[in-house]
Design a protein around this ligand. Structure first.
Ligand code: HEC
Ligand code: HEC
Length: 476
């Protein structure tokens, strides 16, 4: 379970109220005075009054907005804000019908697995992005890395507020929600399927909904043009001991058979159907938000919204602990890639990549991806792709996670090796690990006291919000 430390205090002293009311009048402004300084001492040395410098006050204002910024325009997806597309995307998100065979024996039919080895049609997006836990993976064994058809090597990030991130995945390997789904479909450890099978399944199962939004589908039942594949044939038949597929994924580019044998125009038709499915899913994902937190309410003037501990944590976050140097803006991420110097530890399985180069590998893959926003399957290019391929500074770096609703996640970091927010804060406090990771780390020890660490955790928990409307948590 994530930490529940630092919950809202039960009683409010008058002095606290005064202190925070005057803080609020100044947040975001460069007004002076000493609003955070308690007019009257609370008298409890273990729970001192929070105090804020002018800089801290201004910096806290940057972590919120009223209202919070909406999903930014997505030029790459012309149906990004079409409610019908979002509704179709919601259907697809919960549909396991695109997936091939489960390959790993850990698929043992238990509640931590999606089915039994050899079964097909078991893996949906929602299998690893569980709506009730902020669309992160609280289902797989030990709630760390995900068990789909096989074991993945990184944690499934929470999808709340994902529309705020233009470069996706821990390593920036994808640049749009519409192309992100190809990685899932054509991974032997996730859906273990292929675009050819997925396109055929859209044709068989969702043709009406698809055509209402995207127009007529290609005749995917014409097996002279589009070879018929069934769920037991698509993707990979067996994983090797590195958890990779030793054969090409059947139905995907490079298969030397079903897909590669089609005409270039028909290959494009197939890819476009899956791209459009991805655009619909993207429209749905844009609706997934954490929403207004107690922290926002406090900044908007509700003096009772945060406890003293949470307020002290807020001051540390933007102040001495320097968290906001990376976790900046209203979604608490600079959307950049950083090396925090974490030595990978053993997680749920031994499949973890202990020498993960992060964005040093991910960004070049995205730049070369024919499905990226500069390519012909995109509806527009907003120049989100960085021009440089990235140098050694990206070695071992990962995208700064957004932190709204962070306490709902069952585990933390791209490796999921930290199971509590206390552990994460301890990690940053000690300035990361000493060696054992690729690249050069950017953080230094902070020298926080035990109470300060508790305060920071309390602040992180105060970033919890109501999440998306209840109906978005299930299929229509
Ligand atoms: C088997 C588990 C699994 C399934 C199934 C799965 N995901 Fe994921 N998802 C992950 C993991 C793990 C990552 C991070 C991988 C990485 O960064 O290397 C991820 C990353 C993402 C991201 C990037 C989020 C961000 O903040 O950058 C999005 C978006 C996403 N998934 C959406 C989907 C959609 C849509 C589907 C269904 C088509 C899906 N996922 C199916 C495990 C899964
Ligand atoms: C140098 C930039 C940087 C600084 C400074 C920084 N972070 Fe992070 N933070 C990151 C990155 C990058 C990750 C993901 C690292 C990974 O998975 O390898 C991360 C991960 C996290 C996570 C885990 C979120 C998740 O979903 O796994 C939390 C919580 C967090 N940081 C809080 C903090 C706090 C609190 C501070 C201040 C004490 C802080 N960070 C300082 C960049 C930074």
């Amino acid at each position: 379970m994530p930490s529940s430390a630092g919950r809202k205090g039960t009683s409010l002293s008058a002095s606290r109220t005064i202190a925070r009311v005057s803080l609020l009048a100044c947040v975001g402004l460069s007004c002076c005075g000493t609003p955070g300084r308690a007019p009257v001492s609370s008298g409890d040395p273990n729970d001192p009054e929070p105090s804020f410098t002018d800089e801290e006050r201004a910096a806290l204002g940057e972590l919120s907005a009223d209202p919070l910024p909406a999903a930014p325009t997505d030029m790459s997806n012309r149906v990004a804000d079409d409610p019908n597309a979002a509704s179709f995307g919601r259907v697809l998100f919960f549909d396991a019908g695109f997936s091939g065979k489960l390959l790993d024996g850990d698929n043992d039919g238990s509640k931590n697995a999606v089915g039994l080895k050899g079964e097909t049609g078991k893996v949906a997006c929602a299998s690893c992005h569980v709506p009730e836990t902020g669309f992160s993976d609280s289902r797989s064994i030990r709630q760390q890395i995900s068990l789909g058809a096989g074991w993945g090597r990184r944690r499934a990030p929470a999808l709340l507020d994902v529309s705020q991130s233009k470069l996706l995945m821990w390593d920036g390997r994808r640049d749009a929600l519409y192309n992100q789904i190809f990685g899932v479909i054509e991974s032997p450890v996730e859906m273990n399927s292929s675009r050819l099978f997925a396109a055929q399944q859209v044709f068989v199962r969702h043709r009406g909904e698809y055509e209402a939004i995207f127009g007529e589908m290609p005749p995917l039942d014409d097996t002279t043009r589009f070879p018929a594949l069934d769920a037991t044939q698509t993707g990979c038949q067996a994983l090797d001991r590195y958890n990779a597929c030793p054969e090409p994924m059947r139905g995907a580019p490079g298969d030397g058979g079903d897909f590669d044998g089609m005409s270039a125009a028909d290959q494009d038709e197939v890819t476009r159907v899956v791209v459009n499915a991805g655009k619909a899913i993207g429209a749905y994902e844009r609706l997934l938000t954490c929403g207004t937190t107690r922290f926002d309410q406090w900044l908007r003037g509700d003096a009772t919204a945060l406890s003293k501990s949470e307020q002290r944590g807020a001051a540390l976050f933007v102040g001495r602990a320097k968290c906001s140097s990376c976790h900046s803006g209203p979604y608490l991420s600079d959307e950049k890639f950083h090396n925090v110097g974490m030595k990978a530890a053993l997680v749920a399985t031994t499949f973890l990549n202990a020498n993960d180069r992060g964005a040093a590998e991910g960004l070049p893959l995205m730049q070369q991806d024919p499905l990226n926003v500069a390519g012909r399957f995109s509806d527009g290019n907003d120049l989100r792709i960085p021009l440089s391929a990235g140098g050694t500074e990206l070695e071992g770096s990962f995208r700064t996670p957004r932190l709204r609703c962070v306490s709902q996640r069952p585990s933390f970091m791209h490796t999921a090796q930290m199971m509590t927010l206390e552990k994460v804060v301890e990690f940053f406090d000690k300035g990361g690990d000493v060696g054992g990771f690729p690249g050069t780390k950017e953080i230094v020890p902070l020298g926080l006291s035990a109470r300060e660490r508790t305060d920071l955790v309390a602040f992180l928990v105060a970033l919890n919000g109501p999440g998306p409307a209840a109906e978005l948590l299930r299929p229509p």
